[in-house]
Design a protein around this ligand. Structure first.
Ligand code: HEM
Length: 528
């Protein structure tokens, strides 16, 4: 083939709409299987049919064990070069933040947590806000939620928490009794529950919500000095909007995909959502002067003491070309950091860091990092090879293909130079199983309750009374006790609400729709 011929042929191929098999064979009949006579039987050597149907049989991968329902978009992060009034380099040497105007491509996946892949997007649930930054130093994932705190502070409790919140293993229906059974024996969840049952538990859509890294990380500068850091995404022009339960019910009655559609359509019409990334910074250490531990993810860092410092802005401006390829196969994890960003000793963060890549090797496969959505957009050269679905070797140009080990004197890969002084925290402590000091389970829950506007508090009480009405009385009592410890008015209102809900129920003589499930749970308790 001459060079003059080639472009024409490429152009022809570009416009070739012929259907083929994955082996590249043109498909000449896509309507009829091959049969003996027009009425069958079918033959087994029908490769085209077998390829089509067996691929179809494998179209699904396991859905995420949590955060199964989601929507994603591509965009760009633009750094400010500063953290508030200071040059950002005072705190971190991470390259993506250093220069004003520096752009880093990003991919974001928003999600809801508890229910499956096609569940309604109107449910009361935290929302996931996971961002992959494709930086020049490799990828950084910031895997956060819309709410700034979490239910638990020890990763050992996570599988139990998720089991209690997910549908009952027998009925396959979510039960508020199981939810509050767990929560009423986990007092540290009171703060998160106060947010979740308020309108903040149903963001109007994905564009009009905040995001937060929730866990405490570290930033490290060129001197190797570390500070504690928390990350927050603040929506810019689109603002923040949450829904009352009634509004959510109305949307859900006609549309259970409203948040996915809202994001997709906004980007299609050029109305690109934007968030500012802010950090809160605290000197590294235990901070005995605070009434909470800075590594406790059930706590907010008071913004008056630890102000929000803007460090950059993110714009989402491109929809995925294919949902499965980009959104379903996207894999985010808290272990994915770049130089200048580090882990703190936050136990939850460390537990999470093991879990994400572990589940992704199972959910997507051992080579999930070779997929374009997950692969860094920079130099990748490893000596890892093999496993299902490997489609290339991570070889550096010029690398001796015989050398897949390090160290080697025969043209293999070499260690990188150190970018700055290592951050080397020292530890002198016993190895123990112990809760943190200063649990302070109720103080901030009370502050949050008092910070709400009247309508938000009214919604919170209504939603809690509705959910707790389906629970047995000792669960109700424990929850009322927690709410009272947070704020006397909070506890009193939930308690009074439950009393009047009970008297209304007996006055109506209405059949409780959950009765059969309750009876079955009662039997289960007796059996146990
Ligand atoms: C997803 C584990 C706490 C935010 C997941 C997944 C696992 C997991 C296994 C599925 C990942 C996948 O299939 O790709 C854990 C564990 C936790 C924990 C063990 C506690 C010990 C949290 C917290 C947050 C959070 C505190 C919020 C800051 C998310 C988000 C996703 C997710 C946003 C979805 C990521 C995506 O869009 O693909 N988590 N998680 N998780 N988790 Fe967690």
């Amino acid at each position: 083939m001459t060079d003059e011929q080639k472009p024409n042929q490429d152009a022809e191929q570009e416009h070739d709409m012929t259907l083929t098999t994955r082996q590249g064979h043109p498909v000449r009949d896509n309507q009829n299987v091959r049969t003996v006579g027009s009425r069958g039987p079918t033959t087994l050597e029908n490769y085209q049919f077998l390829e089509k149907i067996t691929h179809f049989d494998r179209e699904r991968i396991p859905e995420r064990v949590v955060h199964a329902r989601g929507a994603g978009a591509h965009g760009v992060f633009t750094a400010y070069g500063t953290a508030g009034d200071e040059p950002v380099s005072k705190y971190t040497r991470a390259k993506l933040f250093q220069e004003e105007g520096k752009e880093t491509p990003v991919f974001v996946r928003f999600s809801s947590v508890i229910h499956g892949g096609h569940s309604p997007e109107t449910l009361r649930d935290p929302r996931g806000f996971a961002t992959k930054f494709y930086t020049e130093d490799g990828n950084w994932d910031l895997v956060g939620n819309n709410l700034k705190v979490f239910f638990i502070r020890d990763p050992l409790k996570f599988p139990d928490m998720v089991h209690a919140f997910k549908p009952d293993p027998l009925t396959n229906v979510q039960s508020m009794e199981r939810f509050f059974d767990f929560v009423s024996l986990s007092p540290e969840a009171t703060h998160m529950v106060t947010f979740l049952f308020s309108p903040w538990g149903i963001p109007a859509n994905y564009r009009q919500m905040q995001g937060s890294g929730v866990n405490t990380y570290k930033w490290v500068n060129t001197e190797g000095e570390g500070v504690l850091v928390k990350y927050h995404w603040e929506p810019l022009k689109q603002g923040i909007k949450n829904l009352k339960q009634k509004e959510a019910n109305e949307i859900q009655s006609t549309n259970f995909n409203h948040a996915t559609l809202d994001l997709y359509e906004a980007i299609e019409r050029g109305d690109y959502p934007e968030w500012e990334l802010c950090v809160q910074i605290m000197e590294d250490g235990e901070h005995p002067e605070l009434d909470f531990d800075p590594l406790d993810d059930t706590k907010l860092w008071p913004p008056e003491q630890f102000p929000f410092l803007p460090v950059g802005k993110m714009t989402l401006n491109r929809n995925p070309e294919d949902y499965f390829t980009e959104v379903e196969q996207a894999a985010f994890g808290t272990g994915v950091l770049v130089d200048g960003l580090d882990f703190s000793d936050d136990k939850m963060l460390q537990g999470r860091t093991f879990s994400y890549s572990d589940t992704q090797r199972h959910r997507v496969g051992a080579n999930y990092l070779q997929l374009p959505i997950n692969a860094p957009k920079t130099h990748v050269a490893t000596n890892q090879s093999g496993g299902q679905m490997q489609f290339k070797v991570d070889r550096a140009p010029g690398q001796n293909p015989h050398v897949n080990y390090e160290p080697s004197s025969m043209g293999g890969l070499k260690e990188a130079p150190k970018p700055g002084k290592d951050h080397e925290p020292e530890y002198h402590a016993k190895l123990v199983r112990a809760p943190i000091d200063r649990p302070n389970n109720f103080g901030q829950a009370g502050d949050t309750y008092r910070s709400f506007e009247d309508w938000e508090r009214d919604e919170l009480i209504d939603n809690l009374v509705g959910a707790l009405s389906t629970c047995k009385s000792d669960i109700q009592e424990r929850m009322i006790d927690y709410f009272t410890q947070a704020d006397a008015d909070y506890g009193r209102r939930v308690s009074e609400g439950l009393v009047s809900a009970k008297s209304e129920e007996s006055a109506d003589g209405q059949a409780n729709p959950h009765k059969a499930v309750e009876q079955s749970q009662e039997k289960g308790r007796e059996a146990g």
